[in-house]
Design a protein around this ligand. Structure first.
Ligand SMILES: [Zn+2]
Ligand SMILES: [Zn+2]
Length: 244
């Protein structure tokens, strides 16, 4: 072993001791130069979405068909063409989203966006959409947290796919209360007129990928997509990191 290898070995050892890296989910120690926030095992266990999935909302389908139960019984027309997600929302991805959003590990959002960029190839239907627009949060929320996670994820996704990025395609023009615990009608009421498109010329005629971290009931995506369409977007499809 040459002195260079020895030095690298000693440095690696010191890094491991001084700056231990652990998997965000299972807390197992990782090598100091291992970059992903989850260990190899946890990455393997992520529930990535594969065919068959609902052609409308993108959720995993247990048994074939093209629409999930709730989309089959949906009476109202959605404002977006379809929605897709990289993974199902489960504890491993939740740990990463949580660390990024609430513990301020802002850098993780780049990893999340790159992860979405890697998975987007599974969805050729998103291929024709060229402009990435994030779902915004209110000015107050962005100030509290210091950043908008969806915006950072969307930016990394655009960079990783070579698509155009439009940071301010949408604006959250008023504060809304948390959607948790609200039924659908209440959610829609809560969100009504909460988004606006500040500069329609930026999105006019574009096929847009609307990006958010987690898709739950799709009410938020639906409201935001409706605003983009009214402002002149040619078509809107959604792509989120996780599907709840
Ligand atoms: Zn792990
Ligand atoms: Zn569905």
């Amino acid at each position: 072993m040459g002195w260079k290898d020895k030095t690298a070995g000693v440095c690696g050892f010191l890094f491991n001791v001084l700056a231990p890296k652990t998997c965000l989910y299972c807390k197992k120690d990782q090598k100091y130069d291992y970059l992903p926030p989850l260990c190899g095992e946890c990455l393997k266990n992520l529930e990535v979405i594969r065919f068959p999935y609902c052609s409308s909302c993108g959720t995993v389908l247990d048994s074939g068909g093209s629409l999930c139960y709730s989309c089959r019984h949906e009476k109202r027309k959605k404002s977006f063409a379809f929605s897709r997600s990289a993974v199902m929302f489960e504890p491993r991805i939740r740990a990463v989203i949580h660390a990024c959003k609430y513990n301020g590990y802002k850098k993780l959002s780049r990893w999340l966006g790159e992860f979405m960029a890697e998975r987007i190839g599974k969805y050729p239907e998103l291929g024709g959409y060229g402009l990435v627009v994030p779902v915004p949060v209110s000015v107050k929320k962005a100030a509290e947290r210091g950043f908008n996670q969806s915006e950072l994820i969307a930016e990394a996704l655009a960079a990783g796919t070579g698509k155009k990025f439009c940071r301010d395609g949408l604006l959250k023009s008023r504060e809304t209360r948390s959607q948790a615990g609200l039924n659908r009608e209440e959610r829609e009421k809560n969100l009504a007129d909460s988004f606006s498109c500040p500069e329609p010329s930026k999105i006019k005629g574009e096929k847009i990928i609307l990006v958010d971290d987690v898709a739950t009931t799709l009410s938020t995506l639906n409201e935001a997509a409706g605003v983009l369409t009214k402002a002149g977007a040619l078509e809107v499809a959604c792509y989120t990191l996780a599907r709840e």
